[in-house]
Design a protein. Structure first.
Length: 329
């Protein structure tokens, strides 16, 4: 489906150096903020307290969050789960040590006072509220989750490289990985600069952006391979410009539809989905940019040519006049 068709190719690669210079500066700034500010890790990574409460009526999440703020908790995470009467409250180790919630155990050591926490929960939701479960997440668990998250990220990156190396050619594989890492570091840089909370949900969004970005790169690489086969006299730059121009309509439809859904989560999903949707929003926008101006440009600078694609496919070229030659998009 195409909403419109562009008759003449847009010279994207003519401005590749300037646009990639902007990308490099953005990437460098993101790395700088990651090193100097670091990520504001959530309870899952740093350790803390998980509290499950139940109400007799529909819980007012905003009122509960306001009650937590009033007693000195800095950034309480409050969300419903299961039913509208069940609420999950996450407190970091720092918040669990707020004087209004702190008691002492038999040895005189400070601990979370469940009675005081219940009072805060009841004050927000009315009589009849009860605490169903209190769990403590230790730093060791948080470190394990962080390590597992990094492993998952590494496995995804390696898998993408292997897939693209077999599907196309190693130059495309290198170009796609650089573009994908560009997207990931930019997202992390935003979270480091603004000190937005980085949780497991945000990590899931980052992994989703990796897959989304590589999908866009594959579509463009597929069209580049097809254009090389159909137009034998075009230069590499002209082939890439033609391939990108011919996929613009598809890009607008696909990314526009996805962005509408993500924006709806960002605007109406509440605090629970806010940072998840925010990471996806940033990732989708930069994913489009990197697939066109980073991945395609790097493939061009690595010297991709028609013979590379013909050799990687292991087959004789198909008829250049065949409309079904090459990959379908």
């Amino acid at each position: 489906m195409e909403f419109f068709r562009i008759r003449s190719d847009i010279p994207f690669m003519k401005h590749a150096i300037v646009l990639n210079a902007i990308s490099f500066i953005s990437f460098a700034l993101a790395v700088f903020f990651l090193v100097t500010r670091g990520l504001n890790l959530s309870v899952e990574f740093t350790g803390g307290v998980l509290v499950e409460a139940r109400y007799q009526q529909t819980a007012n999440v905003e009122a509960i969050r306001g009650a937590m703020l009033q007693i000195g908790i800095g950034e309480p995470q409050v969300q419903t789960f299961g039913t509208s009467r069940d609420v999950l409250v996450r407190l970091s180790n720092k918040d669990a040590a707020v004087p209004a919630l702190r008691g002492v155990d038999g040895n005189g050591r400070p601990v979370l006072d469940q009675a005081k926490l219940l009072q805060a929960v009841v004050a927000a939701g009315g009589e009849g509220a009860s605490i169903q479960r209190v769990e403590f997440v230790g730093p060791a668990v948080g470190e394990e989750l962080a390590a597992d998250g990094l492993k998952a990220l590494g496995v995804v990156i390696v898998g993408i490289m292997i897939y693209l190396a077999f599907r196309f050619e190693w130059k495309f594989s290198v170009a796609a990985i650089v573009a994908n890492l560009h997207d990931v570091i930019i997202i992390l840089g935003f979270f480091a600069f603004f000190q937005w909370e980085f949780s497991l949900a945000v990590l899931a969004a980052v992994l989703a952006v990796l897959g989304y970005s590589v999908n866009e790169s594959v579509v463009i690489f597929d069209r580049i391979r097809e254009t090389f086969r159909k137009y034998r006299k075009l230069t590499t730059r002209e082939v890439i410009d033609s391939a990108i121009t011919s996929t613009i309509s598809r890009t607008i439809i696909t990314h526009g539809s996805t962005q509408i859904m993500v924006l709806s989560m960002l605007l109406f999903g509440g605090p629970t989905l806010h940072y998840f949707a925010l990471a996806l929003t940033i990732g989708i926008c930069f994913g489009i940019y990197s697939s066109v101006f980073v991945a395609a440009a790097i493939a061009m600078w690595l010297g991709i040519k028609r013979e590379d694609l013909a050799r990687s496919s292991g087959k004789k070229d198909s008829d250049p006049n065949d409309p079904n030659a090459g990959a379908t998009v």
